[in-house]
Design a binder for this molecule. Structure first.
Ligand code: MRU
Length: 351
């Protein structure tokens, strides 16, 4: 399995996703500030991977602390969490991971400093293992929704590289292929950062899953030609009513899917469901550097001085989503009820 990120004796090691698909190089972080930078610069990206990276970054920062008392360690811990919090705003998994580490710290307050450090490190590693298990469960549920054969379109990269391993949307595709379904993936290239062509195609090629890369503006034509039997994407945040924030361009795909009568599925762990956000209009959308749009491989593609917009995500209203595949099962409309039900199941399982 692709090692997107891992805790090692020397720090946290990431595959550098900005260098793929032509170079497979790794970055080692020894401080939480470095982890914050790799999240911000998208060396690691994808909501679940960002969450696990946040947990590991916090654990690393705490390990490096020279505090000698629990109270002093808590002060360092709060600052470390703040540095991690300021990286990217949309993927709720980042905030979920910070909260989980905070809750863990609370249970440890009276323990010796060394024990707190050890327990937080273990918690971050647990998040890593749990994410892979969640993706595999999601795959088992979602595979039943995939066609027996034919084209499945995906947008961005919701694969092993966007998670601790196996993937959400690509996990569903992987599980369907493992179950004997003859799937051909259509991967939107996903301008401007090209997660589809650089990352999705790279990992599917490694697995030997037949893949065709298309530019984003070809998706409608592929659907109208009958090449696409289903669509499955990941999510960065799912509001309580089922509205889905995902990579910019997802909304366009979902609207096109409805027009062509093609099922549109979202695969995401429960940690991506944000019941505190009532609908998609309240999801903060990250605006990224204009240069990601103006330049391709270092070459300027637009005239000097022109206005640029670069929202990294859009919101797909719940009415376009046929089902949300989670590790706890498949949610369908009305999502306010089904997502709440699944989130409660999880709370019960953990209590
Ligand atoms: O900007 P990115 O590359 O972090 O955006 C990633 C996506 O939008 C993914 O589709 C989403 O995080 C789901 S990943 C399992």
């Amino acid at each position: 399995m692709i090692q997107t990120l891992e805790w090692t004796d020397c720090g946290v090691r990431f595959i550098d996703q900005t260098k793929l698909p032509t170079e497979e190089v790794y970055v080692n972080c020894t401080t939480h500030e470095q982890v914050a930078d790799v999240i911000r610069n998208m060396v690691v990206r994808g909501a679940p991977a960002i969450g696990v990276a946040a947990g590991m970054g916090i654990a690393l920062g705490v390990m490096n602390s020279t505090a000698e008392s629990g109270a002093d360690l808590k002060k360092d811990f709060d600052q470390i969490c703040e540095v991690i919090r300021q990286t990217r705003p949309t993927a709720v998994n980042l905030f979920w991971a910070i909260k989980r580490m905070q809750e863990k710290f609370e249970t440890l307050r009276v323990h010796p400093v060394l024990q707190i450090k050890q327990a937080l490190t273990e918690e971050a590693q647990r998040m890593h293992a749990e994410d892979i298990a969640a993706n595999q469960a999601m795959g088992r549920h979602g595979a039943t929704l995939m066609p027996a054969s034919g084209g499945v379109l995906t947008h961005c990269n919701a694969g092993a590289l966007a998670t601790a391993g196996y993937g959400t949307a690509l996990g569903v595709i992987r599980a369907a292929v493992e179950a004997g379904k003859k799937i051909h993936v259509y991967a939107d290239e996903t301008r401007p950062f090209l997660q589809g062509s650089r990352l999705t195609a790279w990992e599917l090629m490694k697995d030997g899953i037949p893949t065709t890369v298309i530019s984003d503006n070809m998706a409608g034509a592929m659907m109208s030609q009958g090449k696409i039997g289903a669509i499955v994407v990941g999510a960065d945040r799912i509001a309580a009513n089922g509205d889905v924030a995902n990579k910019i361009g997802t909304y366009t795909v979902a609207v096109l899917a409805k027009e062509h009568g093609i099922p549109f599925y979202v695969a995401a762990p429960i940690s991506t469901v944000d019941l505190a956000t009532p609908d998609g209009s309240k999801i903060p959308i990250e605006q990224r550097d204009a240069r990601e749009v103006t330049h391709i491989a270092g070459r300027q593609m637009v005239p000097d001085g022109v206005e640029i917009e670069n929202p990294a995500f859009d919101v797909t209203p719940a009415k376009y989503v046929n089902a949300i595949i989670t590790e706890r099962g498949i949610a369908r409309a009305p999502y306010t009820e089904s997502l709440h039900h699944l989130a409660q199941q999880r709370t019960k399982a953990h209590s």
